[in-house]
Design a protein around this ligand. Structure first.
Ligand SMILES: [Fe+2]
Length: 446
């Protein structure tokens, strides 16, 4: 039992219920389907998450990465498979977050595709290249050019095909911004000067700018010594956004003050005609005071920052008072104006597992609709656009749902135009899929 377990007097939340890891790798073919998988969906839905091989870990974010994937073709669910990502840690290397080693990785947070490479990501390490069958290929360091960690939340610019990303670390350079071109060549790396090592989980991209978040969840040695995520809330650090025109040098970087709080996830950002930058985020009023908790996770709500040209302080607007997480959009609009945000209602908090609902916000009207899975516990849902369709909801939402009554999981496909309706397809999986982090739809090349 580690320290956090003994403090809580029980297992920490990430080892209980459907957050608990699964012990085996499983493959199943030709899965039973209720409803009909749209035949135009040809590709792989893959989702990453922490699944400690030894059955325990010091924090939810520390477990070995495991991918769960379902291959869809011709209206069939060809296969389901779950695979641990073969990192040095999985193979027995000691995890040492303080070692500043970009090959000390769990690869457990996200899985994306760019320039023909499927990459499993965790924010303290290099990307890990995977194949379509969820096999591990190896670390990717951009021909030796990348020597910082790589965020789990890079952005693909729909206009240029570039991949914008950053890395943060415990020692200088604390924050570095990178761009890979559409062919997957690293073409730009620039250090963003910040005062300390803070936890930087995400950032924002618009058509003309990148926005970095410098927030008061700061590296904390006593917290690190507890063997948990080494960050804690700071009342004194302050909070600000760093705004850099894309392609410009540091002389163009400006900082804008915001209310102190924390953001794991940016839904999207865009620019209005007068140059005002708009950023929609899942907002925590405070996070990890005294360090991370083993019994609960703080709550987030949807919030908007508006930053007019020349402003020294952002305008802040609460968009809703429901607790949500895992905000997603139509990724073809990354950095462009969006109206719809998809998310998961997180109820009391993500650790409670008392949430059943996927929500669709329509921001211009201020309304939302939802799909309540009843006895089901949804993970993140990802939007898949219908080919050729322009609307932000002319497509489907896809994600895993754990059914408490059957102790197993389904891959659900919802009609994004009418998410409250009966699922388009329920793909029955041969086992439960633990609550994880992030997934994406990786369409087959045509
Ligand atoms: Fe994330």
């Amino acid at each position: 039992m580690n320290e956090l377990e003994s403090v809580a007097g029980t297992k920490p939340f990430w080892l209980r219920g459907n957050l608990a890891p699964v012990a085996e790798e499983v493959t199943a073919f030709d899965l039973p389907v209720e409803g009909a998988i749209p035949p135009v969906l040809r590709g792989l839905y893959a989702r990453n998450g922490a699944n400690p091989r030894q059955g325990h870990s010091g924090h939810w974010f520390f477990g070995d990465g495991m991918l769960h994937g379902v291959s869809l073709r011709n209206g069939r669910a060809e296969w389901y498979r779950n695979c641990w990502i073969r990192t040095p840690q999985y193979d027995g290397a000691e995890r040492n977050p303080g070692a500043f080693d970009v090959r000390s990785s769990t690869a457990n947070t996200n899985v994306i595709s760019h320039a023909g490479r499927i990459m499993a990501l965790v924010e303290n390490a290099l990307p890990m290249i995977m194949n379509r069958e969820l096999g591990t290929v190896g670390f990717h360091d951009y021909d030796g050019k990348l020597n910082t960690p790589f965020t789990a939340h890079p952005k693909v610019c729909p206009m240029s095909g570039e991949l914008h990303f950053f890395g943060y670390g415990f020692r200088p350079p604390f924050l570095t911004y990178h761009v890979a071109d559409a062919a997957g060549t690293l073409v730009r790396s620039i250090e963003i000067p910040v005062r300390a090592s803070t936890m930087v989980h995400d950032f924002a991209l618009t058509s003309g700018h990148v926005v970095f978040m410098d927030l008061p969840v700061v590296f904390d040695l006593p917290t690190a010594q507890r063997g948990t995520m080494p960050f804690a809330w700071s009342d004194s650090y302050g909070a600000r956004l760093g705004i850099l025109p894309r392609g410009a040098g540091l002389e163009s970087l400006r900082w804008v003050e915001i209310e102190p709080g924390y953001v794991f996830h940016v839904a999207n950002a865009f620019e209005e005609a007068d140059g005002t930058i708009v950023v929609d985020v899942a907002w925590y009023n405070e996070l990890w005071r005294g360090g991370p908790s083993a019994t609960h996770f703080d709550k987030a709500t949807l919030k908007r920052w508006r930053i007019p040209p020349g402003a020294s302080k952002a305008q802040e607007q609460q968009l809703d008072d429901r607790s949500i997480e895992f905000p997603r959009i139509d990724d073809r609009l990354a950095g462009l104006r969006h109206n719809i945000v998809y998310s998961v209602d997180s109820g009391t908090d993500l650790a409670s597992e008392r949430y059943t609902t996927v929500r669709k916000y329509e921001l211009t009207s201020g309304s939302s609709t939802a799909h309540d899975f009843g006895t089901g516990l949804p993970s993140e849902f990802t939007y898949i656009p219908s080919e050729g369709a322009r609307g932000e909801d002319h497509g489907w939402l896809i994600g895993f749902v754990y059914d408490r009554t059957r102790s197993t999981s389904d891959l659900m496909i919802l009609d994004a135009q009418k998410i409250e309706g009966k699922p388009v397809a329920r793909i029955q999986l041969p086992r439960r899929v633990p609550q994880g982090f992030h997934g994406n739809w990786i369409p087959d090349a045509r």
